[in-house]
Design a protein around this ligand. Sequence first.
Ligand code: F6P
Length: 550
Amino acid sequence: MSFSLASTLPAWQALQNHYENVGKHLVLRDLFGKDSSRFEKFSHTFKGLKEQDGPIFFDFSKNLVTEETIKLLVQLAKEANVEGLRDALFAGEHINFTEGRAVYHPALRNLSDKPMKVNGKDVMPGVRNVLNHMKEFSDSVRSGAWKGYTGKPIKSIVNIGIGGSDLGPVMVTEALKPYGKQDMELHFVSNIDGTHLAEALNKCDPETTLILVASKTFTTAETCTNAKSAKEWFLSKAKDTAHVAKHFAALSTNEKEVTAFGIDSANMFEFSDWVGGRYSVWSAIGLSVALYIGYENFEAFLGGAHAMDNYFRSTPLEENIPALAALISIWYSDFFGAQTHLVAPYDQYLHRFPAYLQQLSMESNGKAITRSGDMVNYTTGKIVWGEPGTNSQHSFFQLIHQGTKLIPADFLIPIESHNPIDNNKHHRMLFSNFAAQTEALMLGKTPAEVKAEGTSDEIVPHKTFVGNRPSNSIIAKKISPASLGALISFYEWVTFTEGAIWNINSFDQFGVELGKKLAQNVQSQLDTEGKVDNHDASTNGLINLFKTGF
Ligand code: F6P
């Protein structure tokens, strides 16, 4: 399979011309004015979910695109061989070639009876074994049949992990709180800052606490150190290491290190190296999710993602929702020069969704070297950020409306609220804001409109909004396990398509290694006496300040 530097593709050149001649002159107000069917033309419905969970509606009409733009972008995806890479991924090929691995998280949510093979071997029996283990274990803990070392049922779960071994479980358990076991306390400890662990353990009793050590590699410094301290905390009360088996479980690919840590192999939930950390919430790493929302809901979550996988795999690029979202995003990044992408979920339960998407997108596509080893000559890896609405409106939206930067945005909302307080008035207000913001971003406010309000001439420029700022509106029926699964999978395929077009390997993350190595070096200097002088002057100064204090 051959892939080229994206900027050398004919469609890229055509898009550049199209940007100069058409794209940069587009005015959304006019586009809607000229075409009464624009909304219908540029919106899509994902119908892959059961009636109670779906559909999910995607409105791309408030984007600076014409039908010609979409045609050229789809052509770009074809020339970049997005379909070829997608098929290679689903065929279990080692498309993460820098690490010699398949990228096979779709197998984790393959609820069909179809085999999925890596190196000629069907991985599905192994996947199903782990799922059965997760079901048995979560049923037992949730029902109270699983007892701690003094015979009491489990009340608190502490998930110790970082990055993908934390962000997925945190985001999903928060998003699906209405489905959670209300008397189960969940804590997530990720930071090496002792405060994070201390604050969680302060609220727990070793007799009724289950600690999940979540780490793909089981070598991550933060997780190993936090897990060791948690074990000391547990043993300070339980005394006997034989009791560890009732209170610790490991979610990992590394059996050797799990055993060395002292966790019973019966309490180990495995997955394989073809699951990337940021794609691991679907694997054993999702055990805290299954414990909290119950196995059936966890399976529905997998099912939603599976439905989106099938859709992405089989839908022509011209109508393929994740592919189109990625292409429109590339249009802004690489032709309009947008640097960031805002995600604003209008759903309080989704408050960690932007943080989750940051790892998914930025760890995947924060790369500058193509798959052939050349430096790219275009922008990759957009900066993803966001906060829930309406809070975000009252903090940073000023900059989006009237600042100098172009910030494409995703606005996300469910039609049904889990908390229809005051005859659903809150939700109607939430939706009003959702709709009004995208409208305001698009329409802006002309000087004439401001003046007509009786504004004095010198104030008119300050109250004028240029408008013409693009957004996607995503409307789910409700945030359920299945629709959340589908939404996450949607963003995974957006990320995949972007990486494929940029011709980078979206599946390794060597960029985080350097800092980790240097931290080990500094750590050993903090553990020994004496002044440090082998770094640059600034780093020496900072380390010595920490050692001596003020
Ligand atoms: O530091 C980056 C990273 O490797 C992420 O990709 C990963 O999700 C995280 O660290 C945690 O890794 P592990 O699950 O192996 O502890």
